[in-house]
Ligand binder design. Structure first.
Ligand code: NAP
Length: 485
């Protein structure tokens, strides 16, 4: 099956930070792929902006290299690349000082096309960019701004960012990216829940025993150690990505698939999150292994108490979820790169089969990476004449298998989200109040371990995390799913 491509309106997209890592790895190659698919039409333009002095030809060369490096070889079509590069322009601007470049940028913008400004720069520059776009009358009342994570490091800083953006843009113009929301399976989670009658009647604490959300990485802090050390897994992953996944599982059906209706429901979930006691939190740091440095060395901070791993048990205080724990875990240098949500259903109220028949729970697994898809385990009779013995089999729906070879044309998260910005659809972006509510829940948890002076436990590289995280589930009579690709 080929994914359906609906071209977006003509736009001028300015990428601040166009020479940076994110722009080169994700944003620009993603825009090329959308151009190749026909979703971006020939009249649209992309304008790079950064401090580096460079002319248009220099920027085109940089983008050509990014495409060569980060787009699959079979999708690199020289004629289309040349056409795409022709859509590019560049302006040198230092957002933190002076007026150079702003007038030139204003001249480049065309009337009557969608204007979008992607802030792919450090958050400290967001305020200045917003202010300059406003004071130079480059942004109009229909313009959109896209802001990257991290959106604050606590409630106070997130509020300050919201305030500075709100002084120049309305909420309907602000697109806060959480690229997890752009993943195909994450959106499918909403389709599965709300477009089928099968699951929703069972989707509550009466029938669901617990939920596990795992985001496991094999990489360490990859040369960003001193930056990461100021954040840690709770701020870097749980407050945003895992929280968003939890919301999509736990939220009530919105009255319509509409940006504010969906985000209202997510906000209610965040507000219903209970404080997490110390005994329900396990933090870890990866240890040195066979000459590979451990976290303390990678972070360049031998005294660091920042976690490269965290597991927590979370409760949602509402009618639907009272009594069903959500176990969240994420970490670096783990056994495999694997992200999934697993929903484990309860036992049937009464078993007509002998214990010897062997019963296992039904589990709905939503895999986010590496192989996006869904899998529901069900019990069937073991084939053969050996009496009534049960066995667990998967009803597997791998998107790659179900949708066929053209599945590669499904846009990645960044591509989809940028197209949503141009379409003016905020459903998959975080609203300001959502981000603030998420920090309001996160802050006391972090303050708790800071005030107690807790130290993260060491864990082996290539393992599933600290031993204590296993205990977090064992003591509830449950166990983590294996982390595997
Ligand atoms: P980066 O590689 O350090 O790039 C930063 C970009 O900002 C460069 O293009 C830099 O170009 C430009 N810049 C710096 N100071 C500037 C100024 N005063 N005025 C104008 N431009 C300026 O950073 P990045 O990794 O691309 O990250 C960009 C943003 O995305 C950050 O907020 C980051 O947290 C977020 N993010 C990144 C990733 C990722 O995978 N990289 C993932 C999620 C979120 P010049 O030096 O030429 O000015």
């Amino acid at each position: 099956m080929v994914s359906r491509v609906i071209p977006v309106e003509v736009f001028d997209l300015v990428i601040f930070g166009a020479t940076g890592d994110l722009a080169r790895r994700k944003i620009l190659p993603g825009l090329y792929r959308r151009f190749l698919s026909g979703q971006i039409t020939g009249e649209s333009r992309i304008i790079g902006a950064a401090r580096s002095e460079m002319d248009r030809a220099g920027f085109r060369e940089l983008v050509a290299k990014a495409i060569a490096e980060f787009v699959a070889k079979d999708r690199q079509d020289p004629a289309v690349i040349a056409e795409f590069l022709d859509r590019l322009d560049y302006v040198s601007i230092d957002a933190s000082k002076g007026e150079d470049g702003w007038h030139q940028l204003k001249e480049m913008m065309r009337p009557d096309v969608v204007r979008a400004f992607y802030f792919s720069v450090a958050p400290a520059l967001f305020g200045e960019l917003a202010e300059k776009l406003h004071s130079h009358e480059i942004a109009n009342s229909d313009s959109r701004i896209v802001v990257e994570k991290p959106f604050g490091r606590d409630l106070g800083s997130a509020r300050a960012l919201n305030t500075v953006l709100a002084s120049h843009f309305e909420e309907r113009q602000i697109y806060r990216i959480d690229h997890y929301l752009g993943k195909e399976t994450v959106q499918n989670l909403m389709a599965v829940r709300f477009a089928n009658i099968l699951f929703e009647p069972l989707w509550n604490s009466q029938f669901i025993d617990h939920v596990q959300i795992t985001v496991a990485e094999t990489v360490g802090v990859e040369g960003r150690g001193s930056y990461y050390d100021k954040s840690g897994a709770m701020r870097d992953m749980v407050q945003n990505h895992l929280m968003q996944l939890l919301c999509l599982i736990a939220m009530e059906p919105p009255y319509h698939f509409d940006p504010n209706a969906v985000r209202d429901e997510k906000l209610k979930v965040i507000r219903a999150l209970q404080p997490v006691p110390a005994e329900d939190i396990v933090r870890g740091q990866y240890l040195p292994f066979k000459g590979a440095p451990g976290y303390l060395e990678d972070s360049e901070n031998p005294e660091s108490r920042t976690e490269s791993y965290i597991a927590l048990k979370v409760h949602i205080a509402n009618w639907r979820w009272k009594g069903t724990p959500f176990y969240l875990r994420t970490g670096k240098k783990l056994r495999a790169r694997a992200s999934e949500i697993a929903i484990t259903f309860k036992e049937p109220p009464h078993s007509i089969f002998d214990d010897a028949a062997g019963w296992r729970e039904n589990v709905l697994v939503i895999r986010l990476q590496p192989d996006e898809g869904m899998n529901l385990t069900v019990m069937i009779k073991e084939p053969g004449p050996g009496g009534m013995r049960l066995m667990q089999v998967p009803l597997d729906m791998s998107f790659a298998d179900a949708l066929g070879p053209e599945v590669s044309d499904i846009p990645d998260a960044y591509e989809r989200l940028i197209m949503d910005v141009i379409r003016g659809n905020q459903t998959l972006f975080m609203r300001g109040d959502e981000v603030e509510a998420a920090w309001a829940w996160t802050d006391p948890i972090i303050e708790g371990w800071e005030s107690r002076g807790d130290r993260p436990r060491g864990y082996d590289q290539g393992s599933s995390g600290p031993e204590d995280a296993l205990m977090l589930m064992h003591r509830d009579g449950r166990r983590w799913r294996e982390i595997k690709e």
